[in-house]
Design a protein around this ligand. Structure first.
Ligand SMILES: CC(C)(COP(=O)(O)OP(=O)(O)OC[C@H]1O[C@@H](n2cnc3c(N)ncnc32)[C@H](O)[C@@H]1OP(=O)(O)O)[C@@H](O)C(=O)NCCC(=O)NCCS
Length: 219
């Protein structure tokens, strides 16, 4: 199979409603927005995202513990500069996944979790976050990406199957993994370009929001 990550990225850049879905790497300064995004998830979504209905305090603890220098957190901002999608990519030693000895001889594997705000679903945001995580793993020379979800999570199962993940279902849970090819000049360029586009988009939206605040009549 020929590898065209750059072409694939350009094709996927346009989301279903005709606007680009740009995925940006987030940092410490986005922690508050990440927290707001998770706290806005209802009980059902928290169950799907975290595997249990985490109360607010545990969500806060989870976000407080994210180590942005080790893990990679990706986000998608909508036109109103709201964080509507968050993908969390954590690298762990392959011992954490005993079955990984069958798939990889690399030291590390990756685990991915994702959530998209209800207002932004069905527009390709979840798919784009997954694809960005996959290309980032690839470019980090990690060739196995794991994702866990409930087998009843039909949307996520659809995204996993579409990406070619191998899925094992047990006791209502689905363990999926994707084997990734090694990095290529195209995969490195695709990720770098996406990050640059996303940074520009972020800056424009942040400035537009600041301008609106500035010009809003004071009460
Ligand atoms: C799962 C989730 C991230 C998907 O986000 P999204 O932005 O709506 O996803 P996308 O728009 O990229 O893709 C949705 C795909 O699923 C399909 N889909 C939607 N509902 C579906 C269903 N009930 N059954 C099968 N497929 C479904 C859509 O048609 C679309 O497919 P397509 O791209 O081939 O047309 C989002 O629903 C979510 O945050 N759920 C709660 C948290 C969660 O489940 N996280 C995953 C566990 S880690």
């Amino acid at each position: 199979m020929q590898d065209h990550p750059l072409r694939r990225w350009l094709n996927h850049l346009i989301k279903k409603k005709g606007q680009a879905v740009l995925v940006k790497a987030l940092g410490k300064r986005d922690r508050r927005r990440v927290l707001r995004h998770f706290l806005a998830l209802d009980r059902d979504d928290r169950l799907l995202r975290f595997g249990s209905v985490l109360p607010d305090a545990q969500v806060e603890a989870y976000v407080a513990k994210i180590d942005f220098s080790k893990d990679i957190v990706f986000g998608v901002y909508n036109g109103r500069f709201q964080l509507v999608g968050v993908g969390h990519l954590a690298f762990t030693s392959r011992e954490a996944h005993p079955d990984s000895i069958h798939y990889t001889d690399k030291e590390k594997v990756a685990e991915f979790g994702v959530s998209v705000s209800r207002s932004a679903r069905g527009q390709g945001v979840g798919t784009r976050l997954f694809e960005r995580a996959a290309i980032h793993c690839r470019n980090s020379d990690v060739d196995t990406l794991y994702m866990q979800c409930l087998s009843s999570n039909r949307t996520m199962m659809h995204i996993a199957k579409k990406a070619g993940m191998e899925i094992r279902r047990e006791y209502g849970e689905a363990d999926a993994h994707l084997h990734l090819p090694p990095p290529s000049p195209g995969s490195v360029l695709a990720e770098a370009l996406e990050e640059q586009f996303a940074k520009i988009d972020y800056t424009v939206k942040a400035n537009a929001r600041a301008a609106v605040k500035w010009f809003r009549p004071k009460r």
